[in-house]
Write a protein that binds this ligand. Structure first.
Ligand SMILES: O=C([O-])CC(=O)C(=O)O
Ligand SMILES: [Mg+2]
Length: 642
C-alpha cells in the first residue's frame, strides 16, 4: 500500500485556467507564515495533498489518483494510463501539490468540497472555520445520511434532482454513494428516471452540466471546447438529442443522457470524472411541444439537416481531435437512425468513435445470449432470432450475432445473417421490400412472403429468441408471448426499449404469459415477479454493462480505433462474469453490485484484443491487464488536504 505519509506526490494544476485567482487571490506554497496571512481568505491555496485511503501503486507507479490537471512531475519517467507522467516509487518521493480554492469558494467547488468531512487541520489551513458546523463526519457517515435523504423522496424525479444536486456539490460523495448503492441508485441517475428528467430538463435544472454546442457556434467550435475547464479529457459522450431513449426528439434537453452516461463511466468503469465531457449539439428540434415551451433551453428552430448538419458535425469532430488528440474517445449517443449509421461509418476510420446504441447495445445483448445458451442449450448457430425494430439497436445486435456465429462456425457472415429476421413498422423485412429499404436494413431482407403482423412472423419464422428494439411500449402482446411460448420450452425474450414506458412488455407479462418459462431481460429495470409461487428475477440488458469497461479498456491501452472484434471481446468478457448462482436464478447477466469487477474484466479483455490487433498505442503492454485495469480506476475516497 502506498503510504500517504511516506509518499506524498505532486501535481500542480489549474483546474480552471480561465478563472485566475480572482480578487485578493494568491497562490503560494503550502507554507503560510503568519505575515502572509491576510484578513480575508485567499480564494485559492496551493497545498500538498495526499490520498486519504486509496493512493496505490501498480507496476511501480501511481495509478488513479490525482491525474487531473496538468501534471508537472519532473523526471517521472513513467506515463500512466491517463497519459501523464508519474513518479515511480523507486525514483523516490515526488511531492505533488494542487491548487484548490479555499474558504467559501472551496465549499462551492464540487471537485474538492468534502462538506463536514473536512477535519480540523483542513478547516484551519483552508479558511473554513465557522463556515461549516463544528462536527466532523466521515465519508461513510455522509453516505449513510445521504441515502436516507434520497429514500425520503417517493417521486423518482425528486430523487434524481437530489442526486444531481449532490453531484454539483460534492462529487466524491456522489460517486461513493452511487457505487455503494448501485442497484438502488442506477434507476435514479440513469434509465428510466433520466428519460423523464430530459423531458423536464428546462424546468428542473438550475445549473448547467456539460457543454452546449449549437448552430450559433459554427466556425467557433474549437473556441467553445476550450471554454470547458478541464484539459485532459479522454471520453466525450455526445448527443444531438434527436432520439432520446425511446422518447423521441428532445432537442437540447437530451443533455441529461451524456451527463448520465458519463456518471456511469466514472461510477461503473472508474474513469475519472475530470476526464469526462458531456456534450449536446443543438441543431434545433422538431418537437413542437418543446418549441412552444416557455422554459425550453435550446434553439427555437426546426432541426438543421443535410449539408448544414454534416458541416457542423465535421467541424465538431475536427475540433475534438485538434483539442484532445488522436486518443480521445467519442461516444455517439441517442442520435436518430438516419444520422447514427452515417456518422459511425464516416468517422470510424479517422477517429476513436463508438456508437453506444448500435455497438454497446449489440455487445450487451450478445453477452446475454451467450450466457443464455447455458440455460436453453445449443450453440448460437442453432438459434433463430426475430427482432421487432430494425433501427440502430436491432440491426447493430443482429450484425454482431452474425459476426460471432460466423466466427464459431467458420462460415461467411452473409450465411449467418439468414438465421436472423427483423420486423419493422411495415412488417417483416423481406426481399420484395428491398428497393425501398434504408441501407442499414438491406442485409436483412431475406426471401419470404410479405408478413405484416409480428405474431404471424413468429409463427412463420419460429424463432427461439425474440428481441424488442422498437422504441414502442407494449408491442409484445399476450398473443406474441404465447406464440413464443408455444414454440419453445424456454423462449428467450428481450424487451430492450427504454425507458420502462417504452418496454415491449413488462417482466410480469413475460413470465405470466409464458407460464414462467421465459428467459427474460429488459433494457430498463423491473422488480422481481412472483408467479405460481415462484419468484422470477428479470435481468437488465442495458449497454451500461458494456460502455464503462469498454471505454476504460480503450483508454488504458491507448487504442486509437474501435474494431468489431473489441465488441465481441467485451461481450464474451461480460458473459464470463455470469456465475452459477446467477444461472440458478434464471439470470443471464451478473448483478450490478459487482460492476467494478465486471468492468475491469471487460476492460482487460478489450485491451488484450486491441494489443493483439495492433490498435493499442500504450506500449509496453502491461503484464497483467486485469490488475492494471483495477488499479487504474478512480476511487471516490476523499483526499487529505494539508
Ligand atoms: O440509455 C439507456 O438506458 C440505453 C440506451 O442507450 C438507449 O436506450 O438509448
Ligand atoms: Mg442510448
Amino acid at each position: 500500500m502506498f503510504s500517504s505519509n511516506a509518499h506524498s506526490f505532486m501535481f500542480s494544476c489549474e483546474l480552471y485556467p480561465q478563472c485566475k485567482s480572482g480578487i485578493g487571490g494568491w497562490s503560494s506554497g503550502s507554507d503560510f507564515s503568519a505575515s502572509q496571512r491576510r484578513r480575508s481568505a485567499p480564494s485559492r491555496v496551493t497545498c500538498c495533498a495526499s490520498t486519504s485511503s486509496s493512493g496505490k501503486t501498480h507496476g511501480g507507479f501511481l495509478m488513479e489518483e490525482e491525474a487531473s490537471g496538468t501534471s508537472t512531475i519532473a523526471g517521472g519517467g513513467v506515463r500512466d494510463v491517463y497519459g501523464e507522467d508519474r513518479a515511480t516509487e523507486d525514483q523516490g518521493v515526488t511531492p505533488w501539490n494542487v491548487s484548490v480554492s479555499c474558504g467559501y469558494t472551496l465549499l462551492r467547488d464540487p471537485h474538492f468540497n468534502k462538506g463536514l468531512a473536512f477535519n480540523d487541520k483542513e478547516r484551519d489551513s483552508h479558511y473554513l472555520r465557522g463556515l461549516i458546523p463544528p462536527s466532523v463526519l466521515s465519508q461513510e457517515t455522509q453516505v449513510k445520511k445521504m441515502i436516507q435523504h434520497i429514500r425520503q423522496y417517493e417521486v423518482p424525479l425528486h430523487k434524481f434532482v437530489a442526486m444531481m444536486d449532490l453531484q454539483g456539490r460534492n462529487e466524491r460523495l456522489f460517486y461513493r454513494l452511487l457505487l455503494d448503492h448501485v442497484e438502488e441508485l442506477l434507476p435514479v441517475v440513469y434509465t428510466p428516471t433520466v428519460g423523464e428528467a430530459c423531458q423536464k430538463y428546462g424546468n428542473i435544472f438550475m445549473s448547467p452540466q456539460g457543454l452546449y454546442i449549437s448552430l450559433k457556434d459554427k466556425g467557433r467550435i474549437l473556441e467553445v471546447l476550450r471554454n470547458w475547464p478541464e484539459r485532459n479529457i479522454q471520453v466525450i459522450v455526445v448527443t444531438d438529442g434527436e432520439r432520446i431513449l425511446g422518447l423521441g426528439d428532445l432537442g437540447c434537453q437530451g443533455m441529461g443522457i451524456p451527463v448520465g452516461k458519463l456518471s456511469l463511466y466514472t461510477a461503473l468503469g472508474g474513469v475519472r470524472p475530470s476526464s469526462c465531457l458531456p456534450i449536446t449539439i443543438d441543431v434545433g428540434t422538431n418537437n413542437e411541444n418543446l418549441l412552444n415551451e416557455e422554459f425550453y433551453i435550446g434553439l427555437r428552430q426546426k432541426r438543421a439537416t443535410g449539408q448544414e448538419y454534416a458541416d457542423l458535425l465535421q467541424e465538431f469532430m475536427n475540433a475534438v481531435k485538434q483539442n484532445y488528440g488522436e486518443k480521445i474517445l467519442v461516444q455517439f449517443e441517442d442520435f436518430a437512425n438516419h444520422n447514427a449509421f452515417d456518422l459511425l461509418e464516416k468517422y470510424r476510420s479517422t477517429h476513436l468513435v463508438f456508437n453506444d446504441d448500435i455497438q454497446g447495445t449489440a455487445s450487451v445483448v450478445l453477452a446475454g445470449l451467450i450466457a443464455a445458451l447455458k440455460l436453453v442449450g445449443g450453440d448460437l448457430p442453432d438459434h433463430k432470432f426475430l427482432f421487432l425494430g430494425a433501427g440502430e439497436a436491432g440491426t447493430g445486435i443482429a450484425e454482431l450475432i452474425a459476426l460471432e456465429t460466423s466466427k464459431r462456425t467458420n462460415l461467411p457472415v452473409e450465411e449467418m445473417r439468414k438465421n436472423i429476421w427483423l420486423v419493422d413498422s411495415k412488417g417483416l423485412i423481406v426481399d420484395s421490400r428491398k428497393e425501398s429499404l434504408q441501407h442499414f436494413k438491406k442485409p436483412w431482407a431475406h426471401e419470404h412472403e410479405p408478413v405484416e403482423e409480428l405474431v404471424d412472423a413468429i409463427n412463420d419464422i419460429k424463432p427461439t429468441v425474440l428481441i424488442g428494439t422498437s422504441g414502442r411500449g407494449r408491442t409484445f402482446t399476450k398473443e406474441v408471448i404465447e406464440a413464443m411460448a408455444s414454440l419453445n420450452e424456454k423462449p428467450i425474450i428481450l424487451s430492450l426499449s427504454n425507458p420502462t414506458s417504452q418496454s415491449e412488455c413488462t417482466a410480469e407479462e413475460a413470465y405470466t404469459w409464458s407460464q414462467g418459462r421465459a428467459i427474460f431481460a429488459s433494457g430498463s429495470p423491473f422488480d422481481p415477479v412472483e408467479y405460481d409461487g415462484k419468484v422470477f428475477m428479470p435481468g437488465q440488458s442495458n449497454n451500461a454493462y458494456i460502455f464503462p469497461g469498454f471505454g476504460l479498456g480503450l483508454i488504458m491501452s491507448g487504442t486509437i480505433r474501435v474494431h468489431d472484434d473489441l465488441l465481441l471481446a467485451a461481450a464474451q468478457a461480460l458473459a464470463s462474469q455470469v456465475a452459477e448462482e446467477d444461472y440458478d436464478k434464471g439470470l443471464i447477466y451478473p448483478p450490478f453490485s459487482n460492476i467494478r469487477k465486471i468492468s475491469a474484466h471487460i476492460a482487460a479483455k478489450v485491451a488484450a484484443k486491441a494489443y493483439e490487433l495492433g490498435l493499442a498505442t500504450n506500449i509496453p503492454q502491461p503484464k497483467d491487464l486485469m490488475k492494471f485495469a483495477e488499479s487504474s480506476m478512480y476511487t471516490p475516497a476523499y483526499r487529505d488536504y494539508r
